[in-house]
Design a protein around this ligand. Structure first.
Ligand SMILES: Cc1ncc(COP(=O)(O)O)c(C=O)c1O
Length: 398
């Protein structure tokens, strides 16, 4: 570790999560064949850090009451969401327009249900978060694959190419902003080009902004609602506390829809399926959106910045391996293509050689077989260990 990588005991503490019914560690052996005994878990997007004290306290106080009845309202959370978006992202929203769902994937699924019919097309920009495909397929919609291009080491959209890809029966476009995997913080001109595209093709735009707070120095996230106010009538904003504050198990996200008709259709699907977040999620999310939560988040990003630099330096030293420079997220997207290895060999070396459970590239869409996603949201010492293991597993390339 160097002086330029600040250390913080809140994040440096190694927490043994094994045996706690934790998907990330307890699921790694069955999914990847990597033993939690001596393996490192770097797949699913939750971090091995304790949530901010304010969230822990809110939960502990509630837990100690011993009475766990229905929550009365989501008003506090709606207002906290509006305050957070105003102060952190310069987005003014009406708390009355905020609906909470049982997690972000639930929000995406409800929106697909509300705004399209079986057989309709739903656009995604691949490689992208894999649950989009899962819900599109399960809902009997057609996934329209619009590939991102890698340009100067960064994902970019290619609207000229998409014109020919998007069929007439397309109804919805899903944006992942910032992007997972790869961590692009979409720029104003990119968002505006997307808004134009949505208008030209008469599409509803679902903007999944779950990673909006995980920004590295110099990056500014622009909410789609701010970038293109003219598409309010077709825009569904989706945000959450769960990635920012490492409370994914709270399973809650916020859907903000300024347009009355669109909001009514979404609310109606929610009602029809009787789905809503639990009381624990509501109180955790509200506690997180606070000044204490903001301070914790700033410290987290300083720490993750050090992780990102250590990880990238280490893996980029392996010939033929290149980690995409993250602008956001703790999900490093690593290209092994130039090692000349095929998917099976790359995977064998990562899982059997390095004993690391990481997300295989092909789960994010076609053309990514020789990529792997590594979650770097873990104590610095474990990042150093992961780098050492990867360098050893690919040592013959040195
Ligand atoms: C872009 C994106 N959306 C949604 C989710 C998951 O959201 P939830 O657990 O609230 O359903 C993730 C998790 O990694 C994600 O990366």
């Amino acid at each position: 570790m160097t002086a330029e990588t600040p250390i913080d005991p809140r994040f440096d503490t190694i927490r043994d999560r094994r045996g706690t019914n934790c998907s990330k560690w307890d699921g790694m052996e069955s999914l990847f064949g990597v033993s939690p005994e001596d393996g490192l878990s770097m797949w699913v997007a939750d971090m091995d850090f304790a949530a901010p004290d304010i969230v822990q306290k809110a939960l502990a106080d509630y837990a100690s009451s011993g009475v766990y009845g229905y929550a009365d309202s989501e008003r506090g959370l709606q207002e906290a969401t509006a305050r957070w978006m105003q102060t952190r992202h310069g987005w003014t929203l009406d708390p009355d327009h905020v609906l909470s769902t049982n997690g972000m994937v639930n929000a995406v699924a409800l929106a697909i249900d509300a705004y399209s019919a079986p057989g309709d097309g739903v656009v995604v920009f691949t490689p992208v978060y894999h649950a989009f495909k899962r819900v599109i397929d399960a809902a009997g919609r057609e996934l329209i694959d619009c590939p991102l291009r890698v340009e100067n080491g960064r994902h970019v959209m290619d609207f000229a190419a998409y014109e020919a890809i998007v069929p007439e029966h397309t109804r919805i476009i899903i944006l992942c902003s910032p992007h997972n995997p790869g961590g692009q913080v979409w720029r104003a001109d990119e968002l505006r080009a997307l808004a134009d595209f949505a208008q030209r093709h008469d599409l509803i735009l679902l903007s999944d902004e779950i990673h909006h707070d995980l920004l590295y120095p110099g990056q500014t996230h622009i909410p789609m609602a701010v970038a293109a106010p003219e598409i309010t009538g077709r825009l569904v904003m989706m945000t959450a506390t769960t990635k920012s504050f490492n409370i994914a198990g709270a399973h809650i996200s916020q859907v903000t829809i300024a347009d009355g008709d669109l909001r009514a259709r979404f609310a109606n699907r929610k009602k029809a399926l009787a789905t809503s977040p639990g009381a624990f999620g509501i109180l955790m999310a509200e506690a997180a959106y606070s000044s204490e939560g903001a301070q914790w988040l700033d410290a987290l990003m300083r720490y993750l910045d050090g992780n990102r630099r250590l990880f990238d330096k280490g893996v980029n030293a392996i010939p033929g391996v290149r980690s995409m420079a993250l602008e956001s997220t703790y999900l490093a997207w690593v290209d092994f293509t130039d090692t000349g290895m095929d998917r099976a060999e790359m995977t064998r070396r990562i899982r059997k050689g390095a004993q690391i459970a990481a997300s295989p590239g092909e789960s994010f869409g076609p053309r990514s077989e020789t990529w792997t996603r590594f979650n770097i949201g873990m104590p610095r010492a474990q990042i150093a260990e992961a780098v050492e293991r990867l360098q050893a597993a690919f040592a013959d390339l040195q």
